[in-house]
Design a protein around this ligand. Structure first.
Ligand code: FAD
Ligand code: DLZ
Ligand code: SF4
Length: 506
């Protein structure tokens, strides 16, 4: 029985189910670079380089291990440009009795695979993606019958399941969550560490040249390219984080600084999402360091929570709620995405910095994504679909299973509160507290209305007023609505006037 093992670009893990029980003599691993995948949204050039180069390196690893690999490059003249076309073509090249795959990370690709079951000349087996800690069945069982799907409770179950930061049945250090210690702003004139980046080798240089030629209309800088594209380098990036970032990760997790895109973050999301690192191995390492008292517990717990909590939770939610989740628009937002999302050219310094970092590195950290770009999109009432497509395009770590719940559920409240108990809406005061952006801005976070006022301020109150029908009864929104009701009529009118005038300009 010869098996064609079709591996996708985010399945670059030696232990992935599609490679299990592989027979080196008879089986072939198929990997394809296809135009459809590189353009279904206008991916950031660094994201395309990262994925294609990581795929090419992974293919080399498999070949060195004596495995037959059939690798189709993007510029192969016979390349049909789609997964379907390349799979059909490959089946003509190989005498395969069946095709084996691992379930994909996107609903769109799963639909394609379901069709292949009907149309391929040989049977297709789709194995579980068991690189995650919770299986999809486990997540649905957890969600079943619950009124609210709060991450915190799911996270505690994952702590118990994995034993990370546990002492028997109790949380190590006496508490499940140390988030209250994790909201510090950076000291003034702080110099964060220089983070490890990786010089492109000849394989990556080839891909950079290809991407420059084929995707020059995509927004974002292709160089300098510093992402790891092999497991060996991804492990070095993890070492760098543990050496330079881990200790302060908790303290400064929510902080932002102009010109400092990486701060103390791990920068490993893209490596986890394509499979160069596994969640299990990363968390096991951090768990050990915390137990040996080499790193602070608030940092270790905060970090492990992001991975075995949030990351697993959003994946479970995505597959539980798709396909309807993608179309959710609970607040009826419909404004078009402003052009400055693609250029960073705006007088609002926080957005200019965060979008600028994104375009330069295909990366922004969580608070930049949530409390600056996401918050703005929420307050300005941007169309969720346009915002989703932007987030899916611009980040090296963006795959729909993780992007969609974060954008639609967490940032935009488009799911009506399935994921977040209240919208993450904030005025300029939050950004001023957590960053130095306002110091370099033409607007003032202290002014509430008028030409100098920070747009986040009047947009915040205008957002509450516009969405009072949906949000004012939310028990967690009691205080903001009380403050809105206490405002005099003149102030309310000024807010509505400034917000309308500003929204016209975008
Ligand atoms: P760190 O801050 O060092 O965190 C450690 C790890 O925790 C990350 O590598 C990541 O794997 C995981 N993690 C943290 N928060 C989340 C979360 N909310 N959901 C899932 N995993 C999390 N993450 C993606 O991987 N892909 C996306 O497309 C994506 N889109 C996002 C869109 C929005 C609007 C928001 C608010 C968040 C999004 N995130 C996404 C989550 C998070 O912002 C990134 O995982 C994180 O910034 C990656 O940087 P890092 O590796 O330095 O993370
Ligand atoms: C994102 C991406 C890109 C840009 N290119 C490819 C590709 O050429 N070949 C491939 O196998 N995968 C690619 N991917 C990742 C796929 O889109 C990914 O498998 C799906 O998003 C499912 O998670
Ligand atoms: Fe952003 Fe407002 Fe601060 Fe300017 S003043 S950086 S727009 S929060």
């Amino acid at each position: 029985m010869a098996v064609l093992r079709f591996l996708l670009g985010d399945q670059l893990t030696r232990s992935v189910s599609a490679l299990r029980d592989l027979d080196k003599k008879r089986d072939t691993v198929l990997m394809v670079e296809v135009a459809d995948e590189t353009t279904y949204v206008p991916h950031h050039p660094q994201k395309i380089v990262f994925i294609l180069s990581a795929m090419r390196h992974f293919a080399e690893v498999l070949k060195k291990d004596g495995i037959n690999v059939d690798y189709v490059k993007l510029d192969d003249p016979k390349n049909t440009g789609s997964f379907t076309g390349e799979l059909q073509r490959a089946l003509k090249r190989h005498k395969s009795d069946s095709v084996v795959m691992t379930e994909p990370g996107e609903w769109r690709v799963l639909q394609m695979m379901q069709d292949w079951r009907e149309t391929l000349p040989v049977p297709l087996t789709i194995g579980e993606d068991d690189r995650f800690i919770a299986s999809l069945d486990e997540f649905s069982a957890w969600a079943q019958g619950r009124k609210q799907l709060r991450m915190e409770y799911f996270y505690r179950d994952m702590r118990k399941k994995t034993g990370f930061l546990m002492e028997g049945d109790d949380p190590f250090g006496g508490a499940w969550n140390f988030d209250a210690e994790n909201r510090k702003a950076l000291p003034k004139n702080h110099t964060p560490p220089k983070r490890k980046r990786f010089a492109p080798d000849p394989i990556t240089q080839d891909v950079i040249a290809l991407v420059k030629k084929r995707f020059d209309s995509h927004y974002g800088a292709v160089e300098p390219f510093g992402w790891a594209v092999t497991r060996t380098d991804a492990l070095k990036a993890l070492d760098d984080f543990i050496k330079q970032g881990m200790e302060s990760f908790g303290d400064y997790q929510d902080a932002m600084q102009a010109g400092a895109p990486f701060l103390y973050h791990s920068l490993i999301s893209a490596y986890l999402n394509v499979g160069l690192l596994t969640a299990e191995e990363v968390c096991a390492r951090v768990d050990r360091l915390a137990r040996d008292e080499k790193i602070p517990l608030n940092a270790a717990e905060g970090f492990i929570r992001q991975i075995i909590g949030w990351r697993e939770y959003v994946r479970g939610l995505y597959w539980l709620k798709m396909p309807d989740y993608a179309a959710a628009n609970a607040l009826g937002a419909k404004r078009a995405l402003p052009a400055f999302f693609w250029t960073g050219k705006t007088t609002m310094n926080c957005l200019h910095q965060c979008i600028g970092d994104t375009l330069e590195n295909a990366y922004a950290h969580h608070i930049q994504r949530l409390m600056v770009i996401g918050n703005f999109s929420l307050l300005a009432g941007l169309d969720p679909k346009e915002v989703q497509d932007w987030f899916l395009a611009v980040y090296a770590d963006a795959f729909e299973w993780v992007e969609l719940p974060n954008v639609s559920g967490m940032a935009l409240f488009a799911d009506g509160g399935v994921m977040a108990s209240k919208p993450y809406a904030a005025s300029g005061a939050y950004i001023d507290r957590m960053s130095d952006y306002c110091q370099g801005c033409t607007y003032s976070p202290k002014e509430r209305t008028g030409s100098k006022a920070c747009p986040f301020n009047y947009l915040y109150w205008d957002f509450l007023a516009r969405n009072a029908d949906q949000l004012s009864r939310n028990p967690r929104m009691g205080m903001p609505y009380k403050n809105l009701r206490a405002m005099d009529e003149k102030r309310r009118q000024e807010i509505a006037r400034d917000a309308a005038a500003f929204l016209k300009t975008i």
